[in-house]
Design a protein around this ligand. Sequence first.
Ligand code: BES
Ligand code: MN
Ligand code: ZN
Length: 508
Amino acid sequence: MAARTPAEPARIAIRVEDVTAYRGDALVVNLFEGVSEPAGATGAVDRALGGAIGSLIRRKEMSGKAGELTAIHTFGRLPVARVLLVGLGKKEKCDLEAVRAVTGEALRLLRRTGAARVGTILHGAGAGGLEATAATQAVTEGALLGCYRFERYKKLEKDRKVLGELTILTREAAQRRSLEQAVRRGRIVAEGVLLARDLVNAPPNDLTPAGLAAAAAAAARSWGFSCRILERGQMLRLGMGALLGVAQGSANPPRLIVLRHRGGRQAKPAVAFVGKGVTFDTGGISLKPADNMESMKGDMSGAAAVIGAFAALARLKAPVHVLGVIPAVENMPSGTATRPGDILRAMSGKTIEVINTDAEGRLILADALTYARRDGAARLVDVATLTGACVVALGTIRSGAFANDEAWMAAVREASEAAGEKVWPLPMDEEYDELIKSDVAEIKNTGGRKGGAITAAKFLAHFVEKTPWVHLDIAGTYETDKEKGYRVKGGTGVAVRTLVEIGLRLAR
Ligand code: BES
Ligand code: MN
Ligand code: ZN
């Protein structure tokens, strides 16, 4: 796993300058839905262009709806050759997600048409009612996330176009420093997400459990957090029979990746992030069908989110002690693989009847959660591409959230909302426990098709006991097949921003 390609745009600068004075290849201005007379910076550009924007609105070529884009050639009336007018949607609904999305969409379009240096107004600040620093961070995140490309395994095109520089224009000289800080925060968070995307997109022949561990160690070295890697023998001594049961079918040996960011003075971690790291999920002996099986290279997206979040929290020097635990395995069918009917003994001592070897995520998480608890973590969050049932329940928009503690659930939901990543709570009634009772062991690893996302969470609950815990099922959100807003095809890097926000909030 090579180090990631430098994020694009390489430079994001704050400049105190009138938008009409910007010299570069293109300038991005915006329009709210329903506005008939462009005001503010867009108004100034409209005047310089002899009313071209007002005319587009009157002719109904542009209404300001979110996602609308219109390029206007300036023919020398401004120092830039082109102005890109973007719709920001309804003013009342303007939020940081809208700012990220419009920035990503606009910059991809401009890059495609050859713009290397782009200026932008600060979307959402002013009339949009967003704080200038928050808007600046969102523009930065939208730019870096939206311009991301995974091309490490391809010969680059001869006329490959690169967006080199984004300049955020402001008239408030006094804000300059705080906006520059916001750009820095945005870059750190976005690069955490990009690191996660790189790991998700990497092919499973390169990103084996050892490959994932090497990538985590490299990130730890770069950004200054600690990384300890346990091998099979150490896991055997810890009694991690559930994790090892999944790993035993593969020629690629497992790793337990233990990350620590000691930003606070706390002796014990305020929180542990646990990420599912199945570098490839064939289903094992309960083999998956061939269709789309390649997307199971992303079954380590939870692990990727944890590593990305650690990179960001370390760079931000968040004053908090955070533990990261990543069980990394490959789920393969073979002569040494676990069979349906096998009984495994987890690190906690519980016995598990394996009904379906494709329900492997919960098995490795069981031991990782136990490890995090034994380390003394006060709270737990696990992130996992755990169930197809969660995709059926929530689709690709929201991740599922499950908890054993209402206050901790509320805190995680607020953090995810603030980070711009959608989650939705699913129930954990006692009655569901029936479904995972086993006749021959203390618990079994599947509860049937009905309520599959919930019974998976219920299984995990057996291993967190009383520690406040939230489980995020990202099976529907870890990848996307569409280019939209700040998302591009492939891994989304989902949950990095939520985990970073959780860490920052615990640091306060
Ligand atoms: N990694 C899969 C879940 C998954 C499915 C993630 C689709 C992303 C997209 C998981 O290991 C799995 O196979 N789960 C099974 C559980 C079942 C056997 C109880 C599932 O959801 O079908
Ligand atoms: Mn599986
Ligand atoms: Zn899986």
